[in-house]
Design a protein around this ligand. Structure first.
Ligand SMILES: [Zn+2]
Ligand SMILES: [Zn+2]
Length: 123
């Protein structure tokens, strides 16, 4: 009996070698689908934005991110606010803004490691 739900090993992530001229594709094992982002790529120009937009849309409509999408999460330690972003600057900006306005302490959970970063309002 095989187990198709096994998570991919690290080897699965080492083959990605983005070609800037090529429209990216995104796969989702949960949906058992692959999408060609040619249209998004043309409209948005930059591959990473196309992927980010697609990933956020996929999450919004299905409740999960596609494969190989690792998100940064900012979680407030003082209130239920949190944000999830694909880019470190975006999540850092959210955390700094939240900390600045609320004086709350926000914890950033890194996308590809167990590391966390604390963000507090400047004194
Ligand atoms: Zn999916
Ligand atoms: Zn807060």
């Amino acid at each position: 009996m095989s187990d198709p739900d096994d998570f991919p090993t690290d080897d699965d992530f080492s083959t990605a070698d983005p070609d800037p001229d090529e429209a990216p594709t995104v796969t989702c094992r949960r949906c058992d689908q692959t999408w060609d982002l040619a249209r998004e790529f043309e409209n948005l120009g930059v591959g990473n934005h196309a992927i980010e937009q697609f990933a956020l849309d996929h999450k919004r409509h299905t409740g999960h991110f596609p494969d190989e999408i690792r998100t940064w999460r900012a979680v407030c330690r003082n209130c239920p606010e949190e944000a999830e972003r694909l880019a470190t600057d975006a999540v850092t900006r959210w955390a700094e803004t939240h900390a600045r306005h609320t004086r709350h302490e926000v914890e950033i959970r890194h996308a590809r490691s167990d590391e966390t970063t604390r963000v507090t309002a400047d004194e």
